[in-house]
Design a binder for this molecule. Sequence first.
Ligand SMILES: [Zn+2]
Ligand SMILES: [Zn+2]
Length: 940
Amino acid sequence: MHLIVAEKNISARRIAEILGEGKKITENRDAGVSTYSFGDITTVGLRGHVVEIDFEPGYGNWRSEEFTPRSLIDAKTIKVPTEKKIVTLLQKLAKKADRVTIATDFDTEGELIGKEAFELIRAVNAKVPVDRARFSAITKGELQHAFANTTELDFALAAAGEARQSIDLMWGASLTRFISLAARRGGQNILSVGRVQSPTLGMIVDREKEIEAFVPEKYWQLGLDTEKSGETIEARHTHGRFHDKAEAEGARDRTKEPLLVTDVKEGTKQDRAPSPFDTTTYIVAAARLGFSAANAMRIAEDLYMNGFISYPRTDNTVYPATLDITGILKTLQGSPFKKDVEWIQKNHRPVPTRGKKLTTDHPPIHPTGAATREQLGDDVFKIYELVLRRFLATLAPDATWKTMKILFVAGGEEYTTTGGQLVEPGWHTVYPFSEAKEVILPAFSTGEKLPVKKVTLDEKETQPPARYTQSKLIQRMEELGLGTKSTRHEVIAKLVSRKYVEGNPLRPTLVGRVVTESLEQHADTVTRPDMTQTIEAHMQLIKESKRTREDVIKESREMLHAAFDQLEANEQVIGDDIRNRTAEEMNLGKCPVCGGMLAIKHMRGNTQFIGCSHYPDCTFNIGLPMAQWGFAIRTDEVCDKHQLNFVRLVRKGARPWDIGCPLCHHISSNKESLSEIPSMTPALAENILAHHIYTVAELTRSVPEELAKRLSIPAADAARLVTEAGTMLEKLRRRSECRKFLRDRLIPRKGRSYAKIMESLKGQGITELAGLAHAEPEALKAAGIGEAEAGQVLADAKTVYYGQVLRGMGIPAVSLKKYLAAGFTSPDAFCELKPETLSERTGMSLSTVQKHVAMVCKALDKPAPKKVPKNQTEKGRKELLTIKGLTQPIAEKLILAGVTDGKSLLAADLKAIAKGTGIPEQKIRDFQTLFKKKKDIIQL
Ligand SMILES: [Zn+2]
Ligand SMILES: [Zn+2]
C-alpha cells in the first residue's frame, strides 16, 4: 500500500479526489478518522501538529521549590501526542505500507509536521521508504507534478521549526510563570509573556505613550472658491499651513478679485499596476474590505484547501517562470469574472508585474480554480474575488493619468489647484479596490480672470500618530522581523484574547501596559524586537544548515538566563508594582451603601463577586455567575445613574456576556422576587431600594425593630415583612433547586437556551420541583424539550421530589432507595397499597414497611390502607377494564392512585388523580362518562 499523509483531513480528501480521478474512492472511518483509498493508494489527513512538545513530568507544579521558573530554561522536553486517535491510525497504516509520501503544507511548519509524522512512522516501521511531495496549490497540475517528482524530507527546515518551538516554549513558560508568581496571579488570571507576543505588545504600548505625550498645535489653512463654466473650483493657498494666525489673516484680507490664472501645467502620470500578493499585502487589502487579519487568513486557508487559490502563506511577490499563467486564465474563464478574464487575455502587459521580495518556496497568492458565489457564500466569495482580481491586475497594463496644475494669484496671494483624469484606465478596469479618484478640471488659460466666490480660513490642530490597525501592525511586525507570515495574525489574536489589547485600532489595556512597562524596566530584552530578530536570523542559518538546532537553542538559553539574572534580583519590586497598578483594573466605583470602593473579586474555585473595600464593616456585595460562564472584567462604559463601570464576562471561544452596570443588573434581577413578597407595595419597594436593601436575603437578615426605624414604617409591618421575606427566600431556594435540576439534565445544545426553557415553564406555573414532578409531558414539550427527554426528566423529577418528601416524613435514606428502586415514587402509594405488596416488591420486612406506612399516612393525614379482600380488588379491576379505552396499564395506575372500582372512579378528585397517575384529566373525565352511561343502561 502507498500511504499519503496530508496536513489535514480536507486536503487528504482533495488529494485522493484529484489523484484518483476516474477511479472509485472509498472513504473509511476508523475511530472517527477518515482515510480515502483508490487502487493501491490510501490518503490520511493529520490535524496539523499531532504531537506537541512539553516539559518532562514534574514541571507542572507552579509552586514547586525545586522547579523554579528559571529551571524551565534548562528543563528537558518530550513530545506528547495531542491527537491520539490520529497517531494510532497513522501507525496502524504505516505498519502495512510499502511506501509513504509526506504531503503536508510546503513551509517550515508543514515540514515539521511532516517530520513528526515521519518519526511516528519510523517508530513502527523501520524500513518503509518515506518521500516528500511539495506543492503550492491543491490542483491537478501541481499535484501530478509533485507526486511525479517527490524528494526527501528537508530535515534542516524541520529543525528550524523545532528550534522555534523549543525556544518559544522555554521563553513563554519560564517568563509567564515568573511574572504571574511575582504578581501573585494564577488560574485564568495569569500574565502571559511570549517571545514574539511581548515585543509586539511593546510596540502598541509605545504608540499609546506617543499619543498621550502628543501636544496638538494649532494651524490655519487658507482656501478659496472660484467658478468656471458654472462649476465651483476649490483652490488652496500655496503657503500651506500657517502657524501664525495673524499672518494667515493678513493673507486672507489681501486676497481680492480678480483671480488671475498665472500658469497652467499639464502632464501625464504613469500609474503602475499593483504587484502580486504576498501574505502581508493580502491581509492589508482584505482589511480594507473589512476582514480582520485572523479572519482573512482563515478564509484564505479554506480557499486553498478547496483548490481555489494557491497557498496563502508566502513572502514571495514574483511569479515564478514555471507558473502557467495562460492555463490559469483559461480556468478562470469558468468563473463569474469571465468578461474581465477575456479583457486581460486581449490586453495583457508583456510581463506580469513583480514586487520587491523574491523567494523560491511558494508563488505569490493567486487563483487556481473557478468558483461561484453560490458555492462559497458571500464573505468567502469576496476574498476569492479580491485574489482573482489582484491576479488579473498584475497582468494588466499600467494606467495613465492626465494631470493638471493651475496657479492663480489674487491681490498678490498665490493659490493653486490640481486635477487628475484617468485617460488609460489599464489595470483599474479589472481592480476596483484601489483608492485613486478622478478630479476633472475644466480648461484654463494663462491670463484668464476669474471671480472669488468665497475665501475660507480654517483653524485646525495637528493630530497625534494613529493607533495601529491589525493590518498596519502586521506590516510593522514584518518590517521588524517579528514572527512569521504564518504566526503574525495569531500573535495579535492572542494579545486580544489575553486582554492585553482591545479595540480596532488596537490600544493597550491597563494590564497590558503595566506588564510591558515592568518588563521594560527590569529585563528589556524581553520587550525589544532585537532578541526576536536575532532568533529569526538564527532560524535562517539552521535552514541553510549553517548552524545546528542545539547550538541555537543553547544561545537562546544563555540570553534567557541573562534576563532572569535581572528579573530575579527585582522580583519583589516587579510583583508589587504590577499588583499595585493593576488592582485598579477591577475597581468599579463607589459602594452605594458606604461610599467605599466596589471591585470585582476573583476567588479560588471559580467563584467571583463584586465586594466593597470596607468589608467586613460593609457587607454589600453583588453575586456573579461562576467564572466558567465567563471571567468578569471591567469595561470602559459607566452607568449614568450609579457611576459604576460596566461588567463583562469573557470566555475563550464564546461571545462575551455583558452584565452592564452591576447595580442596575443587581436591582433588576431581584426586582421580581422582592415584588412577590405579599406585603410589598411599589412605594415600599422604592423605600427599601432608597435604603440600600436590594435582595430578599438582606430583608430576612434584618432585625424588625431596626428595619422599622430605617424605613420609617410601623414595627408590625417590618416584622411581617421579615417573616414574609423568609418564606420568599425558601421559595427562591426551591426555584433555584429546580433550575439546577433541569440544567443538570438537559444537555446543552446549540440554539437551546435555559433561560427560554425556564421562562416557558414559569409561564405554565412550573417553578419548583414539586410542580415539575406533577407536570404533564405537554408542558415540557411546549418549552421546547423533546418527547423522550421530557419523559426522562419527569420521571427523574418524580423520583427526586417524592424522595425529598418521603425523607421529610422520616423514611430513612436506605429504605427510601429500595422504595424508589421498586417504582414507588408517590407517598400516596403508602396509604393506598397493601403493606404486603410494598414488602413483597421491596424485599423489606413487613414490620418495617408497616412502620413506614404509619409514618407516611400520618404525615399525609390519611388513614392507613384498609384491608380489602382480594376478591373485591379483582372485581373492581374487572369493572374498570370494561370501560372502552381503559387498558390494563391504565387500570394499574388508577388502582395505585386509589381508584379501585367504578364507584371510586366516579367519586375521584379529577385533578389529584390526574397528577398522581399522569393520565390527562380529560381522559379520566371520559372514562367517568363512559362508565356512567354503561351503568345507566344496566339500570334501565
Ligand atoms: Zn460598602
Ligand atoms: Zn446602574
